[in-house]
Structures are given as C-alpha cells and as structure tokens.
Design a protein around this ligand. Structure first.
Ligand code: S3P
Length: 170
C-alpha cells in the first residue's frame, strides 16, 4: 500500500515499547521510509549510543538527539522511531508537533521489562537494579508521553501486525 502521508508519524515511548518493530512494519504498510533517530545519531557521531553516553555524557547525547530530530522532521514524511527520552524536552515536543503526529506506544512495566531485560546495550539501564530504574523512568516520563497526540496501548498478546493496524486506525 502506498499512501501520501502528509506528516511524519513519530513513535514515542519507553525503551522496549516496540517502537522499532512497529515502526518498521508501519512504514512498510504505509509505503514510506522508516527512520530510527538513534541510528541517525550513531551515524552522525560515528559511534554507538552507549559509547556516546560513556564518552560524552547524556547531555551531549540529548543535544545530538534534538539536532537529529530537527533535521529528520524537516525532511519528507516518514515513520520516525525516537529514543525513549526524546519526547521529554519541550523543544523536541514542539518540533514534533509542528511537523509530525506523535504516537505514544504505551506499555506497562512488566511488558517493558520482559523486552529489555536481556538487552544490555542501553546505558540508562546499567544500574544495580535495572527493573527499578525502568519503573522510575516510566513513572517520571508518563506525564510527558501523555502529551502525544495519539496513544496506542501495547500489549504482550498483540502481534506486530495488530499493533500496526491499531496505530493506523488511531
Ligand atoms: C533512551 C532510550 C534509547 C536511547 C538511549 C536513551 C532513553 O532508545 O535513545 O539509550 O532515555 O530512554 P530506545 O528507546 O530505542 O531504547
């Protein structure tokens, strides 16, 4: 299916919410490119997100993230998956609202934890108790994510196709 997408669909939400998997399927269904902001940050910096956090710190990463978002939002409409912290900065939210439609993939702690527990590359979860860290981040970030134009509930028993259809139908 090829659609003439007027605005970029920007997937926001926690690590493990399924932004990459659903974004990939959604872009294929809509016939538009899929872009992952973390991948773009890595390409621009020529190192991994984990390396950027370790060498330059989170503040530097957030700066790069905002720049990459601005650039991608100025381009042709696509499906854009963002890192879990991208929707927190008001300036990023405003940039997204101007050029896109923010879709929050809302998942509960248990689902997020099941998805991220074996993935050790996420710098923010390299803590003594990563599940507690995830809980704290989820609670702190929920008010910001709630500002997304569209909310789609992610559930363990929904397939990627079902989720994709829910995003399209929202
Ligand atoms: C982050 C989530 C990561 C990545 C970075 C910071 C966050 O992206 O941007 O590690 O602040 O939640 P994913 O949400 O794709 O894992």
């Amino acid at each position: 299916m090829t659609t003439r997408l007027r605005k970029t669909v920007v997937l926001v939400g926690m690590m493990g919410a399924g932004k990459t998997a659903i974004g990939t399927a959604l872009a294929r269904t809509l016939g538009v490119p899929f872009i992952d902001s973390d991948d773009e940050i890595e390409k621009a910096a020529n190192r991994s997100v984990a390396e950027i956090f370790a060498r330059d710190g989170e503040a530097f990463f957030r700066q790069k993230e905002s720049q990459v978002l601005e650039r991608l939002l100025a381009g042709p409409p696509c499906v854009l998956s963002t890192g879990g912290g991208a929707f927190l900065a008001p300036a990023n939210r405003e940039a997204i609202a101007r050029a896109g439609v923010a879709v929050w993939l809302k998942a509960d702690l248990e689902l997020l934890w099941q998805r991220v527990r074996h993935k050790t590359t996420r710098p923010l979860l390299r803590t003594e108790n990563p599940k507690e860290t995830l809980r704290t981040l989820l609670e702190a970030r929920t008010p910001a994510y709630s500002k997304a134009e569209v909310t789609v509930e992610a559930r363990a028993d929904y397939s990627i196709d079902e989720m994709t259809q829910k995003v399209i139908g929202a």
